[in-house]
Design a protein around this ligand. Structure first.
Ligand code: PA5
Length: 428
């Protein structure tokens, strides 16, 4: 199970402040369990773990297999909650270089013309053997009308129609709401295959629905183990959510103390995208009504050579959450070098995991002495089960913490403002 250690950060908070925040966390958890808080119609991310739909997992898994067998390139076309969860899991559990399945690419997550143009050109280029690439697109949009996604999908669709003619619809899978939205109209017209995003699950809570699970399955990751990892976390926290209540209370007390930034930092580069998912989950949930701790992401030790200086000595407005993997994934070791001309023989025989662990322990010591409260969230190992557990851990933390701020964790009214201004400027 996920281990959450708040002991370092707890020293920064007085007992009475902590106890006040703890009461709020307890009330918040009751709201989640009894569906009595604002936005309780969006608690489907809990329901789907309480009552797993094995048939749906099976269906997604077998389409994932089919696409893995047929595709050279699989494009995840979505933005925000419609792609960040899939990317987080795929990056965490796939090799850094090379893969034995289709190349996974992303589109529709911004409006950068250079990126899209180069993507389209890349897709048009034949393979080394001269044959055209076999391309599959999964367009993911709950509303079915998000501009970034819709625009990229229009361009991709045109390309697929050019390449495969009538057969293009075989290469397109849509993940959207049951009804409504422009994407559903297209599905009807063109006969695309479709997966449904449950009405009661919001975008950033949807990684364990077809939104995240289909791309994750195409990447060759065992979605059943991932999903049931989350189910085990759900069952365990229904019994006893002490760790999460403590963490949420602490974060709330830190919020009250005036700290405004939480740096989600990992020493494992493959977890950087997971940080991006946590950032969206918390940021879009808590950042309302002038409240919230701004979640940001860092990869150490890389970023210790950039924002590390600020964290150590800049404005004291920060806390940190370290995402830690206990069991080494790699056994890579430092060899003893004849002559020791780079003077690194003092590390000979040590694994990179051991050296990285010392870097983390040293950073923990330095940053906490520099007045930065640190929370440590650890996975026993990097695998499907633990990542599934971690997903639910952060979803539940978000629900508890944001309800403790007396904010609705499940809407995002502020996101509409840029859209309104942009559409006006575009003459929509
Ligand atoms: O969490 C959310 O609800 C948002 O980040 C959405 O996922 C994002 O705006 C994309 O929306 P849609 O899936 O409707 O295209």
């Amino acid at each position: 199970m996920i281990n959450c250690d708040i002991s370092i950060a707890r020293k920064f908070i007085q007992d009475d402040e902590y106890l006040k925040a703890r009461k709020k966390a307890d009330t918040a958890l009751d709201h989640l369990k009894n569906k009595t808080g604002p936005g309780s119609e969006w608690l489907g991310w809990r329901d789907l773990l309480a009552d797993p739909n094995d048939a749906e997992l099976e269906k997604i898994g077998s389409l994932g297999e089919e696409i893995r067998a047929k595709a050279d390139v699989f494009i995840v076309c979505g933005i925000g909650g419609s792609y960040l969860g899939a990317k987080a899991v795929i990056d965490a559990l796939s090799p850094h270089f090379g893969s034995n399945g289709p190349e996974i690419l992303y589109a529709g997550h911004h409006i950068g013309g250079k990126y899209l143009e180069q993507l389209l050109n890349y897709l048009k280029q034949p393979k080394e053997n001269g044959e055209p690439k076999r391309i599959y697109v999964n367009v993911i949009s709950k509303s079915g009308s998000t501009l970034e996604t819709a625009l990229a999908f229009r361009m991709l669709r045109e390309l697929l129609e050019e390449m495969y003619g009538e057969g293009a619809s075989e290469h397109i899978i849509c993940t959207t709401s049951k009804e409504g939205g422009l994407l559903n109209k297209l599905i009807e017209q063109k006969g695309y295959r479709k997966f449904i995003i449950p009405d009661n699950v919001g975008g950033r809570y949807s990684v364990l629905t077809p939104v995240g699970l289909l791309p994750i399955a195409v990447a060759g990751i065992d979605i059943r183990t991932l999903f049931y990892g989350a189910v085990s976390a759900y069952n365990s926290y229904e019994e006893n959510a002490e760790d999460l209540l403590e963490y949420a209370a602490l974060r709330n007390a830190i919020h009250e103390s005036g700290k405004t930034i939480d740096v989600f930092a990992t020493f494992e580069p493959e977890l950087t995208s997971l940080g991006g998912w946590i950032q969206q989950l918390l940021g879009e949930s808590e950042g309302k009504e002038g409240k919230g701790i701004f979640p940001t992401v860092a990869t150490f030790s890389t970023d210790l050579h950039s924002i590390g200086q600020f964290i150590q000595q800049g404005k004291r407005s920060l806390m940190e959450t370290f995402i830690i993997v206990e069991k080494p994934f790699s056994k890579l070791q430092v060899n003893k070098l004849e002559g020791n001309d780079d003077e690194l023989n003092y590390l000979a025989g040590k694994s990179f995991h051991e050296i990285n662990t010392k870097a983390r322990e040293g950073t923990t010591e330095a940053h906490s002495e520099g007045d930065v409260p640190i929370v440590r969230v650890s996975l026993p190992a990097l695998n499907e089960e633990n990542i599934g557990q971690l997903i639910y851990f952060f979803e539940l933390l978000t629900g508890i913490f944001v309800y403790s701020l007396e904010v609705n964790p499940f809407n995002q009214p502020g996101v509409e403002d840029y859209k309104k201004a942009m559409y006006r400027l575009l003459g929509k």
